[in-house]
Design a protein around this ligand. Sequence first.
Ligand code: P6P
Length: 335
Amino acid sequence: MNVTQITFSEFLLSERSQHKLDKDLIFLLEDIATSCRIISHQIRGGAFAGKLGATKSTNVQGETQKQLDVIANEVFVRHCSNCGRVAALVLEEVDEIYWLKDKPEAGDYLVYFDPLDGSSNLDVNLSVGSIFSISQLPTAIDATDDRSILRAGSEQISAGYSVYGPSTSLVVTTGNGVNGFTHQQGTGEFRLTFPDMLIPETTAEFAINASRYSLWHPPVRRYFDECIRGKDGPRNKAFNMRWTASMVAEVHRILIRGGVFLYPSDAGNISSGGKLRLMYEANPMAFVIEQAGGAASTGTNRILDVQPTSHHQRVPVILGSKEEVTVLDRYHRES
Ligand code: P6P
């Protein structure tokens, strides 16, 4: 083992001294890492315990819940309610906001989760993941009002995700760059295996669900058409395409080797709609991507600048290597 592969706990303590991380944030991030370890274990044993299938219930999104969706949700609620600093949890699977204290001012951290992103991949043994975002209640705000959890992505103090793939990765930012950890079988530790992750500014790889071509607005079709024309087209380079039906896996690939991911609007208004949720998918991933030197846009706005209007709202998402996001933003302006 490489001696620099420090544990997640050792990393957080070094961040505390270097970047004055709040000790309560460290406790919460440790609780999130514990939750990811437990979910990873549940997934890898799912087939033996008959937990891969669907339940008979649907979540607030109208999606049929997998057994592991429910389990992952329960794991985060159980393990992320204890640091004494959390005021509320916002969970993809649940409509209402989970206020932890009858007096939320007792805690000011707001934690948003997509407990198991891409869970339709479970039955076919493809990568899935968990996504988290942490913000804070402003001091002078009426914390009993549900609208107080509607914080813009630029207010996040930490975000990240875990990928349950061939290995289990944990990727975290606290606003001081992006660092990746790999779960070590045996010790159970997350060890620092991808320090200071940076996204290449250029790429020749895009990720989009091309079956939805007929629903896209003109700027996205223009971009897609130019990519598939390759060297004969105006972009004058051959592009590759990927689509894994798991945002976490796409984002992780982009962090490792570059690329651009698109889930565009399918609504009449090009600036709204799409499938991905702002508070617990777009915002945390946008924070990570920007901290790694990439860009994240709705096509018409920087994702982190979007002012939320509801905690389950959806936004169009374009994120990854800066050059491609810049091209797509220009095409939106020119349309
Ligand atoms: P489609 C998973 O359900 C998810 O929310 C993202 O993880 C993923 O990128 C997208 O939806 C896949 O959508 O339309 O390909 O099923």
